[in-house]
Design a protein around this ligand. Structure first.
Ligand SMILES: NC(=O)c1ccc[n+]([C@@H]2O[C@H](COP(=O)([O-])OP(=O)(O)OC[C@H]3O[C@@H](n4cnc5c(N)ncnc54)[C@H](O)[C@@H]3O)[C@@H](O)[C@H]2O)c1
Length: 446
C-alpha cells in the first residue's frame, strides 16, 4: 500500500490529550491536502479520533476548528493553489472556510474503539502506562486487518516490549513527537528489532510531509530525549537537596532553577521545564526508565513526594501553566513550593530570593539571556566567550553551573556509549530541536 493509500483511513487513540490533539491537527491538515489532489477527489478519507473523555473530545473539535482557521490564514497562497479549480471560491476567506470544512468533514470522534476497524494506520497517544498501551493495541489489532500499522508516541517504553506483548509482529514503530506536536520540528524514530521496512518508510515519508526533522534513537527506555531530560532533572533535584542543607529546600530549588536557566542559557530552568511537562509525566518517565535500566538509580524521593501530594504542574485548559515545583502568575514563576509547609514561598527580590541571588554572585561578562541569543547569528561566538568567562569565575553560581554543564555532557556521552544514540550529533540535535537549547550537551564549551 502506498503512503497516500494508507493516509485515507487513519485513527488516533488518546486523541483528546496534549499530544493526541496536536497529532490530530497535523494529520487532518495532511489528509485535507491529499484529498484535494485531483487524483484523490473521488476517494473517501476518514480520520477517527478516539478518546475515553467525552468532554475533552468536544474540546478537541473546537480546538481543531480554531487551529485550522489559523493555519489556513497563514497558508492563503497554498490554499489558492489547492483550490485553483474552484471558481466558487473567490476571496481568501472562502478558501480558508472550505479548507476548514474539508479537514473537519472526514473526522469522526468517539469513545468506541471498534469504529477504527478499517484504519490502515493507528497513532497511539494514551497515557504513558505500558499495560494500558498493550491492552489497547491488542484490542484494536483483534478487529483491524493484519496489515494495519501502529505508530506509538510513547516517550519511554521500549518498542520491542510493546511489539512483543501486543503481538504486532513488527507492525509498530516509535514516532515520538515533541510537545506541542504542531509546533515542534523534531520527532525521534525508534524501531523495534522486527519493525517492518514498510513502516520505517511510511514514517520517514510522514516526517517529510509534516516537515519534521527525524532523529533515530535505539530502542532503550527513554530514548535520547527523555534519556537526557530525566537524568538532567534528577541531577537538578539532587543538587537542590544538597543546597537545602545551607539554604533550605525552597532555597535550593530556587537556586538550581535559576542557574539552570540563566547560566546554562536555556529557555527555562529545570524545575520550570518539569512543571511544563508535568510532574506526573516526569514521575512516570522516571518509573518507566528506572524499571527497564539496570545499575542506575533513576528515581527521586522528592519527585515522588510532589507526585503523591498532587502538586503536578501541567497546563490548564486555556493553556496557562499550573503550579508545580514553582508557582506561576501569567506563566512566569513567582514562587517555589515548600513541601514541609505545604505552601508556596513567593520570590522576594528585596528579601530571601534577593539574598540568594547575591550569594550566587555576579554573572560573568558576556552573559545573555536565552531569549536574547536565540535569533542571534553570532550566538556560537557569544556563547564561547561567555562560557570561557564562566570557567574563570569563582562565584557559587559559576561553580554550580559548570557542574551542571559537565553532568549534562556526561549524560550525552553516556547515551552514545550505551548505544541509545548513534552519534553525539544525534544527541545534540535532539536537545537543539526538541528542547530549544542553543548548544548541544556534547560541546567544547566546557
Ligand atoms: N506531554 C508531553 O510532553 C509528551 C511529549 C512526548 C510524548 N509524550 C507521550 O505521549 C503520550 C500521551 O501523553 P499526553 O501528555 O498527551 O497525555 P494526556 O494525558 O494529555 O493524554 C492522554 C489521553 O489519552 C486518553 N485515554 C486514556 N485512556 C484511554 C483509553 N483507554 N482509550 C482512549 N483514550 C484514552 C485520555 O483521556 C487523554 O485524553 C504518552 O505516551 C506520553 O509519554 C508526551
Amino acid at each position: 500500500m502506498t503512503f497516500d493509500e494508507r493516509m485515507q483511513n487513519v485513527a488516533i487513540i488518546g486523541a483528546a490529550g496534549k499530544m493526541g490533539s496536536g497529532i490530530s491537527l497535523l494529520l487532518a491538515q495532511e489528509m485535507a491536502r491529499l484529498k484535494n489532489k485531483p487524483e484523490n477527489k473521488d476517494k473517501n478519507y476518514r480520520l477517527y479520533l478516539i478518546d475515553i473523555n467525552l468532554d475533552h473530545l468536544a474540546g478537541l473539535q473546537q480546538y481543531l476548528r480554531a487551529q485550522l482557521v489559523k493555519a489556513g490564514e497563514k497558508a492563503c497562497v497554498m490554499l489558492r493553489e489547492m483550490y485553483k479549480d474552484r471558481q466558487d471560491l473567490v476571496e481568501n476567506q472562502d478558501c480558508i472556510n472550505q479548507y476548514v470544512e474539508d479537514a473537519l468533514s472526514f473526522i469522526r470522534t468517539g469513545t468506541d474503539l471498534s469504529i477504527v476497524k478499517d484504519s490502515r494506520v493507528i497513532f497511539e497517544a494514551v497515557l504513558e502506562k505500558k499495560d494500558l498501551k498493550v491492552d489497547l493495541l491488542k484490542k484494536i489489532d483483534n478487529f483491524c486487518g493484519k496489515d494495519t500499522l501502529y505508530l506509538t508516541n510513547t516517550s519511554s517504553i521500549p518498542i520491542n516490549i510493546l511489539n512483543k506483548e501486543a503481538n504486532l509482529n513488527g507492525r509498530i514503530i516509535g514516532f515520538h513527537f515533541y510537545n506541542p506536536p504542531a509546533v515542534q520540528k523534531l520527532a525521534e524514530l525508534i524501531s523495534a528489532d522486527s519493525t517492518i521496512q514498510e513502516l520505517k518508510d511510511f514514517s520517514m515519508e510522514l516526517a517529510k510531509r509534516l516537515s519534521k526533522k527525524i532523529v533515530p534513537s535505539n530502542d532503550i527506555a527513554g530514548f535520547i530525549g527523555n534519556g537526557h531530560f530525566l537524568r538532567d532533572g534528577l541531577y537538578g533535584l539532587r543538587e537542590a537537596k544538597k543546597l537545602a542543607e545551607d539554604y533550605s529546600l525552597p532555597g535550593g530549588l530556587y537556586i538550581i532553577n535559576k542557574i539552570s536557566q540563566d547560566l546554562l542559557v536555556r529557555p527555562m530552568g529545570i524545575f520550570q521545564l518539569i512543571d511544563y511537562v508535568g510532574v506526573d509525566v516526569f514521575q512516570s518517565i522516571s518509573e518507566t526508565i528506572d524499571h527497564y535500566i539496570q545499575g542506575e538509580d533513576l528515581k527521586d524521593d522528592l519527585l515522588k513526594k510532589m507526585y503523591d501530594k498532587k502538586i503536578l504542574g501541567g497546563q490548564k485548559s486555556d493553556g496557562s501553566q499550573k503550579d508545580g515545583f514553582l508557582k506561576y502568575d501569567r506563566n512566569r514563576p513567582v514562587g517555589v513550593y515548600d513541601i514541609d509547609k505545604g505552601e508556596y514561598k513567593l520570590f522576594d527580590p528585596q528579601g530571601w530570593s534577593g539574598e540568594l541571588d547575591k550569594k550566587l554572585g555576579e554573572y560573568p561578562v558576556g552573559f545573555y539571556a536565552w531569549r536574547n541569543l536565540v535569533a542571534d547569528p553570532k550566538k556560537s561566538d557569544k556563547l564561547k566567550t561567555f562560557f570561557q568567562n564562566l570557567k574563570s569565575s569563582n562565584t557559587l553560581g559559576a561553580k554550580l553551573a559548570l557542574s551542571y554543564l559537565q553532568n549534562s555532557k556526561e549524560i550525552g556521552e553516556k547515551l552514545v556509549k550505551s548505544g541509545v544514540a548513534k552519534t553525539a550529533e544525534d544527541v545534540n540535535n535532539v536537545l537543539l530541536n526538541g528542547f530549544y537549547h542553543l548548544y548541544g550537551p556534547i560541546n567544547d564549551y566546557i
